[in-house]
Design a protein around this ligand. Structure first.
Ligand code: ADP
Length: 609
């Protein structure tokens, strides 16, 4: 069984540590169960040999029962009642062990899943961009029970092993040949399990990843529902899902066939073993070396031994599935977050908001020079406008500050401290982000705003909403602050969603603000309302504002112009206009466009006339 990676086994058992009391109880109950199982066939032996055949009782029993033991009917009653008592004991032990084992199983699974969930959240955005989230969901949800499943095979294996030893010992005492014959099948069983394990592992890995893939398809489709509906691509998505899942199902069926053939082989091996033991046993009875009752005990034992042996084989066989899950899940847990606290990183109190970018370089994996050599300085409370064509690197530039990605060269200083020397949590506490597409989750409006500061009171939420010009429209909704939002906030308009996210930023009250084109997807009337709220939000905070409409930058203290990842100009609006280069060109293009829109063209004038 060299296919079993033992390093995983050792690691898995560490999860048992917090539940050691339960584990100890489980071992005790398992031992009692194994002992009780040994008693089971003896009723039959007493009835056959001593009640029916009238053979003398063994000395221990004869002494224990005294004169009662000599009366056949009394002996029959005692044997039958004894048998019933043993069955009752066995079943009671079963109930107890089921309870204990289920608790261990469920709590270990809970611990493990929680650990994976927490870890997945710690991994960087870059990691999540590379991985499909459906796969992660599948891993956490469906493969997260692997450690517990592995641990739970132990009581089963232990009970089987104890029973096996006890039974062989007793059988040996009665007739060594039968005991030896019963063991003859063990190597065959072992070999078939080994064969199964080594031939099926790769297939299982494939099936598991295909099944994860199916979940990814569902997850991705549901998250782009609007696009699917808009393009009427329901049928296309359905086919994609169907094709993918059919592939997974076909592979699963093929594997199940192999597993069934395997179980057939195992059943045949044990059936042969039982037949051989029956043959030898009956022969020994004919020869007078064994009583009928003893033979029955041995046959019962053999059947009882093969059952756990079969179970062990299956468990070990299905363990392959678990080991693959374990490998995947441990790989996830072993993925070191590429953005993490550096040794010696310190927490930071509320920052003043003084920022220095010194020769900052950054590139996404596989791309070169997304940003190159960016240097500028922002004083506390200043407003920085960032302009440039789509793809110039504006969003990337601001996402480096809260360390969504780590820079590859240069440094960024916040209040004179390299941001990599500030505890990540504390750094992110200093920054509020308002995106072009506000991210709201399903829950009430109040809950969405409270996400800015989880311990905020209702009054503070209302206050934040007021500052964000959101209070009035919220009060007009039927459920007011308790209105439920859909997964992406579908129940309210784009401008309203934006104001909810601004209220959230008010509540967070961070000294640095990042506004990534927050008004580019709303009409100009709504824009005015949002800009009014933003003006209030920006007061006293260092603000980065990525702007599409240059008119929103009239009050910026400094404007950065990006072009293909280079900082080509920086200065105030007046300075840049006077410079007459990149910014001026962008400005003229927009002003020209605005004029064109305002003045009807010749054709329009004719049409109006
Ligand atoms: P802007 O905000 O100015 O439109 P971005 O900062 O979004 O520009 O993008 C800058 C460049 O980086 C573009 O070429 C874009 O394709 C690329 N880019 C943006 N995000 C990623 C990402 N997550 N992975 C790889 N490349 C990216």
């Amino acid at each position: 069984m060299n296919a079993i990676p033992f390093k995983y086994v050792i690691r898995v058992f560490r999860y048992l540590k917090p539940h050691w009391r339960l584990a100890a109880a489980s071992i005790v109950v398992t031992m009692l169960s194994a002992a009780a199982a040994l008693l089971t066939p003896w009723t039959l032996k007493i009835v056959v040999d001593h009640v029916l055949e009238r053979q003398p009782l063994p000395p221990i029993l004869a002494r224990a029962l005294g004169t009662v033991g000599t009366d056949r009917i009394s002996l029959l009653v005692i044997a039958v009642c004894g048998g019933l008592a043993v069955t009752l004991l066995l079943n009671s032990l079963h109930v107890v062990s089921n309870y204990i084992n289920t608790r261990i199983d469920q709590f270990i699974t809970l611990d493990f899943r929680s650990q994976m969930f927490l870890h997945a959240q710690r991994l960087s955005l870059a990691y999540h961009e590379r991985r499909r989230s459906g796969m992660l969901i599948y891993m956490i949800n469906s493969q997260g029970d692997a450690p517990a499943a592995l641990i739970m095979t132990v009581p089963m294996l232990m009970e089987s092993a104890l029973t096996l030893v006890g039974m062989l010992w007793i059988s040996f005492a009665m007739d060594p040949w039968i005991a030896l014959a019963s063991l003859a099948v063990v190597p065959f069983l072992y070999y078939s399990v080994g064969y199964y394990a080594s031939h099926i592992q790769n297939r299982l890995q494939r099936v598991l990843s295909l099944e994860g893939e199916s979940l990814s398809v569902i997850h991705e489709s549901l998250s782009i529902m609007r696009v699917i509906v808009a393009f009427g691509r329901e049928e296309h998505e359905f086919k994609r899902f169907r094709t993918q899942t059919t592939h997974a199902v076909t592979e699963r069926v093929k594997i199940t066939v192999r597993q069934t053939v395997f179980s057939l082989v195992v059943n045949m091996i044990t059936a042969i073993g039982t037949s051989v033991v029956l043959g030898i046993g009956a022969y020994q009875v004919i020869q007078g070396r064994l009583t009928v009752g003893q033979m029955l005990v041995v046959i019962a034992y053999i059947a009882a031994v093969y059952k756990p042996l079969e179970a062990i084989s299956f468990t070990i066989g299905s363990l392959q599935d678990r080991f693959i899950s374990l490998k995947n899940t441990f790989e996830l847990l072993d993925t070191v977050p590429d953005i993490r606290d550096e040794p010696g990183a310190q927490a930071m109190q509320r920052a003043k908001g003084h920022l220095q970018w010194e020769g900052v370089k950054f590139a996404y994996p596989g791309r070169t020079n997304t940003l190159s050599d960016i240097s500028f300085e922002v004083k506390p409370g200043q407003v920085v406008g960032i302009v440039g064509q789509t793809g110039a690197g504006k969003s990337t530039l601001v996402s480096l500050l809260p360390r969504f990605y780590d820079i590859t060269g240069g440094r960024i200083l916040l209040d004179g401290v390299d941001i990599r020397k500030i505890l990540l949590r504390s750094l992110r506490d200093q920054v509020s982000v308002v995106l072009q597409e506000p991210l709201l989750f399903s829950g009430t409006i109040a809950e969405n705003i409270r996400y800015g500061r989880l311990d905020a009171t209702d009054a503070e939420i209302v206050e934040a909403a007021k500052c964000a010009n959101a209070h009035d429209f919220i009060m007009n909704l039927p459920q007011k602050y308790q209105t439920m939002l859909g997964e992406r906030g579908a129940a309210v308009s784009g401008g309203e969603r934006q104001r909810i996210s601004i209220a959230r930023a008010f509540l967070k009250d961070a000294p640095i603000l990042i506004l990534d084109e927050p008004t580019s997807s709303v009409d100009s009337k709504t824009e005015a309302v949002i800009l009014d709220a933003l003006d209030r939000l920006m007061a006293g905070r260092t603000t980065f504002m990525i702007a599409h409409r240059l008119s929103t930058l009239n009050n910026a203290d400094i404007i950065l112009v990006l072009q293909q990842g280079q900082l080509v100009e920086k200065g105030t609006q007046a300075e840049l206009l006077a410079l007459g280069k990149h910014y001026k060109q962008l400005y003229d293009a927009q002003v020209g466009l605005a004029r064109e829109k305002a003045t009807p063209t010749v054709e329009q004038s004719t049409a109006i006339a």
